[in-house]
Write a protein that binds this ligand. Structure first.
Ligand code: 2HA
Ligand code: ZN
Length: 268
């Protein structure tokens, strides 16, 4: 499958499917959440200067992302509507040869794009820049307001990365297998800023998922399915903790001997 036809398949199936999962899980109220995928080429049908909406200046250049192309959620767009069709809120951007400006393309030939990329563009671009720089296989990023993770970081004890990961790992023996590095924790910082983008990139250098304190989760994956899996695994762990709590019990945590063996086997 060529890169062009692969992205058409993603736009028509996996992107709306993940948007639906995020909405149905209650992690994408109103216009919450966003996703991006780095692609190799524009679908042939849109690859003409006329199909680009306009050129926009980025606040800074992203060396390494020269001419890079991304499929992204639009600012203010709703996951529950993207779930019906990518045309309801996805767009394509291509950075210029200096990676300091971008053009917007529609996700389907007969569409006009009258919206801009997600407000979290600084974080998406900075994380893609880091993934390209390190030759990582991941090309997709998903952000959502994962209720269980937001709730957990409202509890003072879990506003420290070590405590938080020890708790999440101990909720199920397969969590340290699936997320051996755990999740990075970014403290409360104004969303949409270069500052939160920078803090998030630092965490993604050693984690496949990052939790924004009292805000939600970010995860990377080879595709949006894999990024979603990582948020889902973290949410599962947090939800086991809260299920025990709400039934008046305290989660015991996986047997410490078993936990040690799993960590030795799976954690680098
Ligand atoms: O896209 O979730 O953090 C809306 C948001 C911003
Ligand atoms: Zn958000």
């Amino acid at each position: 499958m060529s890169a062009g036809s692969d992205i058409i398949a993603q736009l028509s199936s996996s992107i709306p499917e993940i948007a639906r999962f995020l909405w149905e899980k209650g992690w994408a109220e109103a216009n919450a959440g966003n996703m991006s995928i780095r692609i190799d080429e524009l679908p042939q049908t849109y690859h003409s200067a006329e199909s680009a909406v306009a050129g926009y200046e980025l606040p800074k250049a992203y060396p390494g992302l020269e001419d890079a192309i991304f499929v992204l959620t639009g600012a203010g767009k709703r996951m529950r509507q993207i779930a019906q069709s990518s045309q309801n809120g996805m767009l394509i951007i291509q950075l210029n040869e200096k990676a300091g400006r971008y053009k917007i393309f529609p996700v389907s030939v007969d569409q006009e794009v009258d919206f801009k990329p997600t407000s979290e563009l600084p974080t998406h671009l900075a994380v893609h820049q880091m993934m390209v720089k390190h030759g990582m296989p991941e090309r997709a990023i998903v952000h959502a307001h994962v209720t269980e993770l937001i709730a957990l970081t409202h509890i003072e004890e879990y506003t420290g990365e070590e405590n938080l990961n020890n708790l999440l790992w101990s909720m199920h023996p397969e969590i340290p297998m699936m997320l051996p590095h755990g999740a990075g924790l970014v403290p409360s910082i104004m969303p949409g800023t270069e500052e939160i983008a920078h803090a998030t990139v630092e965490k993604f250098k050693s984690h496949k998922a990052v939790i924004w304190e009292k805000h939600g989760g970010f995860a990377i994956g080879n595709d949006v399915q894999e990024a979603f899996d990582r948020l889902d695994i973290l949410a599962k762990a947090a939800s086991i903790y809260f299920t025990c709590k709400s039934s008046g019990n305290t989660a015991q945590g996986v047997d410490s001997d078993l936990m040690r063996k799993i960590k030795t086997k799976f954690q680098p």
